[in-house]
Design a protein around this ligand. Structure first.
Ligand SMILES: NC(=O)c1ccc[n+]([C@@H]2O[C@H](COP(=O)([O-])OP(=O)(O)OC[C@H]3O[C@@H](n4cnc5c(N)ncnc54)[C@H](O)[C@@H]3O)[C@@H](O)[C@H]2O)c1
Length: 254
């Protein structure tokens, strides 16, 4: 018996088998869930990666900044499952000019793209799928702690701060439908998105030495486990919350 037995979960953000979302989908299936994936852009690649899951799920196209994709999403998901109990938002993108120490020179158009894709999308994805969540459910998004500034992360850090706030407001507005909204704030993990951040290794190198529990940038499973736990019925009264899965790094001062 799994903690997601009978649950129908939509997982965004699978790109490679190092994607945090890939491990969420794998663990969710192992825990009894029926999973539907969405893929962005390289759909053939996402479909091939999906075959590495315990059961091959359907893959639906979704550019989360495309209003037409969002408008048809509930109907397309509804062709595979008769409702949803969970949504996983594992989406992030920042133009290169908004990262890597260029903070003072970044143009608004690049910041806007980062915020549209990485932040506003939590609201638009959730509202697109709310009609399928008539029994209530759980929305979980991936965050990166931004209670302080970090080198290199720049406007992505600002987008993540806004994501934290977006989750709190979303939780306020969907609570009366018994829908919970929570974030998992993961430590740095070596994924495609992370490797596209110039200087990621410099940012990540402090974690293993400072986190009380240590930290392995190559192991996305602890973050994925927390997402699955939040999707389950074991956090029935928790919403607007941030669960840190970073080896405890955020709790230390030096
Ligand atoms: N890797 C880390 O160090 C780390 C740490 C904390 C949080 N996160 C967050 O985890 C989430 C997943 O990232 P990841 O590290 O697994 O990397 P990843 O590259 O595997 O996943 C990022 C995903 O975002 C998707 N995406 C980008 N633009 C999109 C769009 N317009 N529409 C739909 N999807 C789009 C990509 O297709 C990809 O699947 C992101 O929100 C990221 O910020 C990552």
């Amino acid at each position: 018996m799994g903690i997601l037995d009978g649950k129908r979960i939509l997982v965004t953000g699978v790109l490679t088998d190092s994607s945090i979302a890939f491990h969420v989908a794998r663990l969710a299936q192992e825990q009894g869930a029926t999973v539907v994936l969405t893929g962005y852009g390289r759909l053939g690649l996402v479909q091939r990666i999906a075959q590495r899951l315990p059961e091959t799920p359907p893959v639906l196209e979704l550019d989360v900044t495309d209003d037409a994709h969002l408008a048809s999403l509930a109907e397309r998901v509804g062709a595979h499952v008769d409702g949803l109990d969970g949504i996983v938002h594992s989406i992030g993108f920042t133009p290169q000019d908004a990262l890597g120490g260029n903070f003072l020179n970044t143009e608004w158009s690049d910041v806007a793209q980062a915020m549209h894709t990485s932040t506003f999308s939590l609201k638009s994805l959730t509202t697109a799928l709310l009609p399928l969540m008539d029994r209530g459910g759980s929305v979980v998004a991936l965050d990166f702690d931004n209670s302080v500034s970090y080198p290199i992360y720049d406007w992505m850090g600002v987008a993540k701060s806004a994501l934290t706030s977006t989750a709190r407001y979303l939780a306020r507005y969907v609570g009366d439908r018994n829908v919970r909204v929570n974030l998992v704030s993961a430590g740095p993990l070596s994924t495609m998105a992370a490797r596209s951040i110039p200087g990621f290794d410099e940012l990540a190198r402090h974690w293993p030495e400072r986190a009380p529990l240590g930290w392995d940038v190559k192991d996305p499973e602890p973050a994925a486990k927390a997402v699955v736990a939040l999707l389950s019925d074991w956090f029935p009264a928790t919403t607007g919350e941030v669960v840190h899965v970073d080896g405890g790094f955020h709790s230390t001062g030096a």
